[in-house]
Structures are given as structure tokens and as C-alpha cells.
Design a protein around this ligand. Structure first.
Ligand code: AHM
Ligand code: MG
Length: 329
């Protein structure tokens, strides 16, 4: 039997003696360890009194109802990153950047608990992260370090807290899947250089919003629904968990496309997902797995952010299908 590769050994080999890479390795190790604790909290579910309850009356920075668990997850990530070379943390749950280590050389954007609106239904939720280099001499305003196109990311990934706790990670050299071994406590490399199949017959979208969409998206879905006799000449299947980490992991496993378009409703003009915390890291992982990610018109990783909490229409997954969707725009 070949020897197991743990996250620790993988990162040790990847980083070598490179100080920049060692910083990234420390940060990812800290996030993965925090994730194990968050997974435990999530698994305690209704036994952990009040965690799934809505917190106060104020929504979070992005305008969503905030669950107690969103806040606890953010606190866990923050505490874990404090001893690492992370200068600032940008979180979906916090209005402003959170200063961590003044000597740090990274900025990290996180969605501490993606899918938390589903927390009481026992589906997978997760933590998404995006890592960018930070240089105090260049980024005199730290926000400018985060407000860069996703192509500047040095690493990104997400943890999904499901039947297994998994980590899907990229360091710019392909996309790897690690699985948390509950017996040893290690994250073990389970799949290397993930490849999302280019073609698919499976899409994921909140189809109940169809009447609000603009023509390109409703036209695409109508053509899928027409099946074998329609213009696409094949029958499609739909899967939608409504928790992006779960939908993304399915796509990294067997292909498919995830679609969250903008629509006509107030507050949904750019869909629901955030560019910095969700679209950029997922797009980086997707491209590293030979898939594609777009807002319909522009490659996600090329988009110049205009606000740290900005939303963006998001289409990602199987390359040929993403290109097909873009052709409707
Ligand atoms: P969140 O970060 O507040 O959980 O919101 C993002 C989530 C995604 O996980 C999911 O894909 C989407 O919102 C679901 O939207 P909808 O409720 O329209 O199905
Ligand atoms: Mg979230």
C-alpha cells in the first residue's frame, strides 16, 4: 500500500524553504484545524442550543440574516489565523477588514459558514477561503490588497462539513481533495489534480427564480428543459442543494454547472454570491480543475472588485457547458 499523504506533508513539500509559501501553508493549516472544530459544532446541531438561531435584528455586512453559528465560525477562523502571518482578514460577516498580525504578509477573505441558512436542515455547509499576498509598503490602504481581481490569489479552497469533512484546495498547481480522518485527526490527500469533465448534462440553479431572470438565463434553462427534442438535443438533470460548497463538491466530483444569475428583483441584480468571499475562490479552484467560471460575460478571475462585499452573477463548472451559457449572453 502506498503511503498516505497528509495535508501537513503535502504543504511541507509544496512550500519547501520559500517564506511566502510557508506563510500560506501556515494559514491553510490553521483554517483546516479551525474547520474541524466548526464541523463538530455543526454536527452537534440542535443539541448546541441557540447556534442556529438568527442573531439580533441586524443583517450582516452583505445584508443577510446572520446566524449565531456564522459569528462563532468567524471567531474560530479569526482565532486560528491570529498566530499565522495573516495581516488582515476580510469576512463576509464583518463590515470592515479585521486586523490580525501587523508583521503578516497575507490577506485572507473568508465566508466562515457558507450555506448557513440551511443549517437546521442537516445538509452540508462549509467554510470558503481566498488568500492574497499583502505588502504593507505597497498596500498602504489594506483594503486595496483585497480589492484585486481573483487572478491574484495565491491559494484558495473550501471545507465542506458533510458526512465527511473535506478540504478542496488549490495552491495554483491543480486542485486537490483532502478528507479529514476522524481517527487520526489528519487531513489525508484523497484525490490529486481533480479534473471536472468538460461536458455535462447536469445543472444546478434555483429555478423558482426563473420568472425574474433576464432572457439569456431563462433562454438557456428553457433549452435544457426542452430535453432531447430541443435545441440541446439531450436530456438534462437538475441538482440543487442551495449550499454552494455542497453543490461545488458535486461538480468537482462528477461535473455539472452551478448557476446563480442576477435577476430583476431589488437586491438580486447581481445574484446572491459575493465576488471576494465566494466567486473568486470557487473560480480559482474550478479553473485549476480544468473547468471555467464567468459572470456570463467576463471571466470571474479578471473582474476588478468595486466593493469588498459586492455580489456577482456566477456560473461555474464543466468548461464546455459554461461556454455554452456564456454564448446566450
Ligand atoms: P450564504 O453565504 O449566506 O449562505 O449565501 C450563499 C448561499 C449559497 O450557499 C447558495 O448556493 C445560495 O446562497 C442559495 O441561494 P437560494 O437561497 O436562492 O437557493
Ligand atoms: Mg455565508
Amino acid at each position: 500500500m502506498s503511503e498516505l499523504v497528509t495535508l501537513k506533508t503535502y504543504l511541507g513539500t509544496w512550500a519547501g524553504a520559500d517564506e511566502g509559501r510557508k506563510a500560506v501553508a501556515q494559514a491553510v493549516t490553521a483554517i483546516a484545524e479551525a474547520g474541524v472544530g466548526i464541523a463538530d459544532l455543526v454536527a452537534r446541531g440542535p443539541l448546541e442550543e441557540g447556534l442556529a438561531s438568527i442573531r439580533g435584528v441586524d443583517p450582516n455586512a452583505g445584508g443577510d440574516a446572520q446566524k449565531e453559528l456564522d459569528v462563532v465560525a468567524e471567531e474560530r477562523i479569526k482565532a486560528a489565523l491570529l498566530p499565522t502571518p495573516t495581516a488582515f482578514l476580510a469576512s463576509e460577516e464583518s463590515e470592515e477588514l479585521i486586523p490580525l498580525n501587523p508583521e503578516g504578509r497575507l490577506v485572507i477573505a473568508v465566508d466562515p459558514l457558507d450555506g448557513s441558512s440551511n443549517i437546521d436542515t442537516n445538509v452540508s455547509v462549509g467554510t470558503i477561503y481566498s488568500i492574497l499576498p499583502y505588502d504593507a509598503a505597497v498596500h498602504t490602504n489594506p483594503v486595496s490588497a483585497v480589492m484585486r481581481p481573483g487572478a491574484n490569489q495565491v491559494a484558495a479552497g473550501f471545507l465542506a462539513y458533510g458526512p465527511a469533512t473535506i478540504l478542496v484546495a488549490t495552491f495554483g498547481e491543480g486542485t486537490q481533495v483532502f478528507v479529514h480522518d476522524r481517527q487520526t485527526g489528519d487531513f489525508v490527500l484523497a484525490r490529486t489534480d481533480v479534473e471536472i469533465p468538460a461536458e455535462t448534462k447536469e445543472y444546478g440553479v434555483n429555478q423558482s427564480n426563473m420568472r425574474h431572470w433576464a432572457e439569456p438565463m431563462s433562454g438557456y434553462i428553457a433549452d435544457c428543459l426542452a430535453g432531447k427534442d430541443g435545441p440541446r438535443a439531450k436530456d438534462f438533470n437538475m441538482r440543487w442543494v442551495g449550499s454552494m460548497v455542497a453543490d461545488a463538491f458535486r461538480i468537482f466530483t462528477r461535473g455539472g454547472v452551478y448557476v446563480y444569475p442576477g435577476d430583476k428583483r431589488k437586491g438580486y441584480e447581481n445574484g446572491r454570491l459575493r465576488l471576494i468571499y465566494e466567486a473568486n475562490p470557487i473560480a480559482f479552484l474550478t479553473e485549476q480543475a480544468k473547468g471555467a467560471a464567468t459572470d456570463g460575460k467576463t471571466r470571474i478571475l479578471d473582474i476588478e472588485p468595486n466593493h469588498i462585499h459586492q455580489r456577482i452573477p456566477l456560473v461555474f463548472g464543466s468548461r464546455a457547458e459554461v461556454e455554452k451559457i456564456a454564448s446566450y449572453y
